[in-house]
Design a protein. Structure first.
Length: 678
């Protein structure tokens, strides 16, 4: 094994792995100064207690659950699923035992006296894509198939979808056993309502409880809307009665618009509904009282909508279960023999309760029975890969016969059984990982060691790897001092390049950029549209979340560097970092001092002399260039560092210097070391 990493590396590694955020300069220095025994353990405990932990750990589970804010397919309409995402973050922060985490998501609605939060948790199996097009039964079956595939991958690491059409070619389950699992999910309510030729998105929802003060405000606002609506109806009646006399007055006036004269020349009884409506709308618009009332009512209804209780999609069983049949070759048009809910014979069998058939709650409890051979091993392996770079079983998604054998089978067995003994506590599991000597090793290793084990199968060194897409953005905003610590709530719309949503499906193509603090919320809250995910996330290998994904790919492309250099979020972060250092360094600070401050905020260490020289030279070159282009300097500052303008701290030479430092910050935020966890 390689030696233990230095303290600067360890605190940065821990902070990025557990919280998804870099440590502040003060945090690093405090950890370095703490020479008491147990300093590392205290740091671990402090980070595990942070509410930022749930936001970081939720990302992988959102991939697994195929979470998005839209329905997918070509319609890709909006859906309200964010309360489920909120449930996940809270559950992870509260260290909810994974067995309960599993049961509530698969079958929370079937628990005795289920709470609204337990029902909300079942949104896990409403996260899949939905379409209102095509044959309703075909897609209803597809949604059930998706739930089987996702459950098998998420909890058992199996390619169970192979058995949809035939007996599995490699693993020990038959097609009939596949449809026995299918039967667990086949009695939920339909998600598309058909009325004639029209199909609408529907299905069970839950209305989340509101705080008492919010409920009181909502009721008061409802009464206000009703009063305004009554006033509007009364005024409409008055204006409608006055309209005939007005028509006589204006019908022959020279200043009357041509379209209005043409309609008024037709007798009232012979006008079309469209003509009548157009004249009436025009006449009412001439009344100040009417236009004011319309504006007030619009604002009141908008506020009423914001105060309305949130809803989210959930699971709900039919009063009588559907009959499940084996689908020959997976074809919903060719059903075969009936099949009852059940589990494959290769695993510990699930006993049938007396007096009723098996349901989703039985399935969920079976998955997290301490004797289940796969669940604990699969989930532990996935978390191991998150902290150590690769799984003990490298095929994280496949524990079947075609998957890789574990490099350390006894370790995997012990971790799985130890985790169950610790009552399925994820925080305990993570603490066990990060306190180990394996986790604390240096990533750098001599060539001899790299040649002996190029894939690091034996974990003799730490894994050096790029941050996930959302954390790259969070990292830049945190370094710049822009990141909001606001948690939970509706998804947000940060800046993105124009035109990205221009040609997508039939849903709204308008990206309504958020305002204020919502521009700088964490990536886990960014609006996720399946057909067009947030572009910088896509460039850094985030999945579309159209299907369950347990491991992201890791590409290395020029587009990623161009994103960090040119994406509006990262360029604004560079401007904020330049302003932050300009404020804190003071007027007497040298260029080297400023470079050091930027570098320490971004990487957690001081730059080497050669690195400082490169960056100082970069500043001087940019300064000289911008002296000859003062308009460009002004545009850069006013566009990307508006706070400097509002505070009147960037004028003349100060503006040029700030614009030059923006370029230096832009380079620093693009460094491999900044976006990499070492």
């Amino acid at each position: 094994p390689s030696t233990e990493a230095g303290r600067r590396t360890l605190i940065r590694r821990l902070s990025l792995d557990l919280l998804g955020l870099p440590p502040g300069v003060g945090e690093v220095e405090a950890f370095l100064a703490d020479q008491r025994p147990g300093a590392y353990g205290r740091l671990v405990d402090r980070l595990l207690a942070s509410p930022r932990l749930g936001e970081r750990m939720a990302i992988e589970w959102l991939d697994v659950s195929r979470y998005a804010d839209t329905h997918g397919y070509h319609e890709d309409y909006h859906r309200d699923m964010w309360p489920w995402r909120e449930w996940v973050i809270r559950a992870l922060n509260d260290n909810m035992p994974f067995d309960r985490f599993t049961i509530e998501q698969i079958a929370g609605d079937l628990l005795p006296n289920a709470t609204p939060q337990q029902i909300t948790a079942t949104g896990f199996n409403r996260n899949h894509g939905v379409t209102a097009s095509g044959i309703s039964e075909e897609y209803r079956v597809e949604y059930v198939l998706d739930r089987v595939r996702t459950t098998a991958t998420a909890w058992m690491g199996l390619t169970l979808a192979c058995a949809q059409c035939h007996d599995h070619k490699y693993d020990p389950f038959s097609q009939r056993e596949y449809y026995s699992l299918f039967a667990f999910f086949n009695s939920t309510q339909a998600e598309i309502r058909t009325a004639g030729t029209r199909r609408d998105f529907t299905g069970p929802k839950i209305q989340l409880p509101q705080a008492v003060d919010t409920l009181d405000r909502a009721r008061a606002q409802q009464r206000r809307v009703q009063r305004l609506a009554v006033r509007q109806a009364a005024l409409r009646g008055v204006l409608d009665r006055e309209q005939s006399a007005w028509e006589v007055l204006v019908g022959n006036r020279d200043d009357t618009p041509g379209w209005l004269k043409k309609i008024l020349s037709t007798r009232s009884g012979r006008r079309t509904a469209r003509q009548k409506g157009r004249v009436g709308t025009h006449y009412r618009s001439l009344s100040r009282e009417w236009t004011g009332l319309v504006a007030d009512l619009k604002k009141a209804r908008t506020l009423q909508k914001t105060l309305a209780p949130a809803t989210t999609l959930v699971m709900s069983e039919l009063s009588a279960p559907r009959v499940t049949r084996l689908l020959k070759r997976g074809n919903f048009l060719d059903p075969g023999d009936p099949v009852l809910p059940g589990t494959p014979a290769a695993w510990p069998l699930l006993p049938v309760p007396t007096g009723r058939g098996l349901n989703r709650l039985d399935l969920a409890r079976w998955l997290v029975d301490g004797n289940h051979p796969l669940t604990a091993r699969v989930v532990v392996n996935r978390h191991w890969a998150k902290f150590f770079g690769r799984g003990l079983v490298s095929t994280i998604e496949d524990f079947g016969a075609r998957g890789a054998e574990p490099t350390h089978p006894q370790l995997l067995d012990w971790l799985a059984t130890e985790w169950v003994r610790q009552e399925w506590s994820l925080k305990s599991l993570h603490r066990l990982f990060v306190l180990s000597s394996v986790y604390r090793r240096r990533a750098a290793a001599p060539q001899r060691l790299r040649l002996a084990d190029p894939d690091n199968r034996w974990y003799a060194r730490a894994a050096r790897r790029r941050l996930p897409a959302e954390l790259i953005r969070d990292n830049a905003l945190a370094i710049a001092g822009l990141l909001s610590d606001k948690m939970h709530g509706l998804p947000v719309f940060p800046r993105q390049p124009k035109g990205v949503w221009n040609h997508i499906g039939v849903a709204s193509n308008l990206w309504k950029t958020s305002q204020g603090e919502d521009l700088y919320r964490r990536g886990v809250y960014v609006y996720w549209r399946r057909t067009v995910p947030y572009p910088s996330f896509v460039n850094f290998d985030a999945p579309t979340r159209e299907v369950c994904s347990v491991a992201r790919s890791h590409s290395n492309t020029p587009l990623q560097a161009l994103t960090l250099l040119n994406d509006p979020v990262f360029f604004e972060a560079a401007g904020a970092l330049a302003l932050r250092v300009n404020r804190e360094a003071g007027e007497r600070a040298t260029a080297i001092d400023r470079v050091e401050q930027m570098f320490r905020r971004a990487t957690g260490r001081r730059p080497l002399s050669g690195e400082s020289k490169i960056l100082v030279d970069r500043y001087r070159e940019e300064y000289e260039r911008l002296v000859g282009e003062p308009r460009l300097a002004r545009s850069l500052v006013e566009t990307w560092i508006p706070r400097a303008v509002s505070e009147d701290r960037a004028a003349g030479d100060g503006r040029i210097a700030l614009a030059a430092w923006l370029h230096v910050a832009n380079v620093i935020l693009n460094l491999d070391e900044v976006i990499t966890r070492e």
